[in-house]
Design a protein around this ligand. Structure first.
Ligand SMILES: Cc1cc2nc3c(=O)[nH]c(=O)nc-3n(C[C@H](O)[C@H](O)[C@H](O)COP(=O)(O)OP(=O)(O)OC[C@H]3O[C@@H](n4cnc5c(N)ncnc54)[C@H](O)[C@@H]3O)c2cc1C
Length: 378
């Protein structure tokens, strides 16, 4: 059986769905194919929480992109039934003067974005759970916050469907069918052929395997996350009282209490490389990671360190060698595009990525300059 569309998007994560929605807004008839449910728990977007921050140290290009993504998130907030972005701010604990937080502060200041520079005593007054001796100073920016990840995926799918996008789950794309003019169709594991005028591959950490003939330089790493229930003072870990925090020097970041009464903490530094992610290990938590979380908390938020109720959640980053994304046409195929390699920090930009890819696919160019994300840089 052959199904015809003007655009097929392979991958129903946040990036693929955002692109599908924008393609539909540009008048395309779109089908999204996903090998699992939409959302699903293994995908990069399939988790509870993601950080939204405007701060990228010296790399102000990402600050600019986050500023452009922000109104798009707010538009989605207005269209969705529940909030997707909650702006209770982000608190960044700096280990020294002149480090990445100082560059972030300068980038915010130059763009007239609200921020506060806090000394440890002030942090302690506002957020009494912190050990003021564990950092030199802190940067707070109120426009940052948290994104409800799988909720945002579900909301985007439903907004896109209202615009006519067809979302087909349990369709695993296994083959690309090319002809002289480019990519004619993709074939799924059951033999169905999906034809289209244009294609987008947004397969998250599976993209390397999905596009294996193209040799994309995507390395997958395993990232552990820990969800813990505070023993004491639970009320003061609610989002209004305890913003998302990060300690870049130690790698850790964390979130306020989420709906089930747990706090999530994780380490942004790259975990071990994996050649084939073991999807059955989703709830695994290594004793080593648990120990490193306790060590970090003991120093920075001591009252959380003695947690007894906790669980693990594994995620996988799709890393590029330089940490920049891949947003480009596929070599040799005039009508096929890829959006991947988000290297553990793509969620916050997804509405902008989706919009840009849709513009590029339909009009041949987009408002955002994608030069930095081209494949030929490798
Ligand atoms: C632990 C962790 C923490 C993170 N923290 C942050 C953060 O705080 N802030 C931030 O901005 N970003 C963060 N990120 C990054 C962000 O979550 C990801 O960049 C983003 O969710 C990726 O979305 P995606 O749509 O590209 O991929 P995914 O969400 O992985 O979606 C890809 C989809 O493609 C489907 N697929 C794959 N292959 C096929 C196939 N052959 N056929 C059909 N379907 C297929 C998959 O089933 C999947 O649903 C984090 C990532 C992880 C893993």
């Amino acid at each position: 059986m052959t199904v015809k569309n003007s655009a097929v998007v392979v991958g129903g994560g946040i990036v693929g769905l955002q692109a599908a929605w924008h393609l539909a807004r540009l008048g395309q008839s779109v089908t999204v194919l996903d090998q699992f449910d939409v959302p699903n728990q293994w995908a990069g977007s399939g988790d509870h929480l993601r950080v939204f921050r405007l701060t990228y140290g010296k790399d102000a290009f990402y600050t600019e992109m986050a500023l452009r993504a922000l109104p798009l998130w707010l538009e989605l907030n207005a269209a969705a039934e529940q909030p997707l972005l909650q702006q209770h701010g982000v608190l960044e604990l700096a280990a020294k003067e002149g480090g990445p937080e100082a560059h972030s502060l300068a980038a915010l200041k130059a763009r007239r974005v609200a921020f506060e520079r806090l000394d440890p005593a002030k942090v302690r007054r506002l957020y009494p759970m912190y050990n003021p001796r564990a950092f030199r100073w802190a940067l707070f920016h109120p426009d940052g916050g948290l994104l409800w990840a799988s909720r945002a995926v579900a909301a985007t799918a439903s907004i896109a469907q209202r615009k006519g996008v067809r979302v087909r789950s349990h369709v695993k794309v296994t083959q690309l069918l090319k002809d002289k003019s480019g990519l004619r169709a993709v074939k799924d594991a059951s033999g169905r052929v999906w034809e289209a005028e244009r294609f987008l591959f947004a397969g998250g950490f599976w993209t390397g395997e999905l596009l294996k003939g193209f040799g994309l330089p995507i390395r997958v790493t395993k990232q552990e996350q820990l969800f813990l229930r505070p023993l004491l003072n639970r009320g003061r870990y609610r989002p209004e009282h305890f913003p998302v925090f990060s300690s870049l020097s130690q790698g850790f970041y964390g979130f306020p209490l989420h709906i089930h009464g747990f706090i999530k903490i994780a380490d942004h530094r790259k975990g071990p490389r994996v050649l084939k992610p073991d999807l059955d290990s989703l709830r695994d938590l290594s004793p080593k990671f648990e120990k490193s979380c306790r060590r970090f908390l003991k120093r920075v938020i001591p009252e959380l360190a003695a947690f007894s109720e906790f669980e693990g959640h594994v995620g996988w980053y799709d890393n590029t060698p330089d940490g920049d994304f891949i947003l480009d046409k596929l070599p040799g195929l005039a009508n096929a595009y890829v959006a991947a390699g988000f290297s553990g920090h793509g969620f916050k930009f997804a509405p902008l990525m989706g919009k840009s890819m849709a513009e590029l696919m339909v009009g041949g160019r987009c408002e955002l300059n994608l030069h930095r994300f081209r494949l030929s840089r490798f």
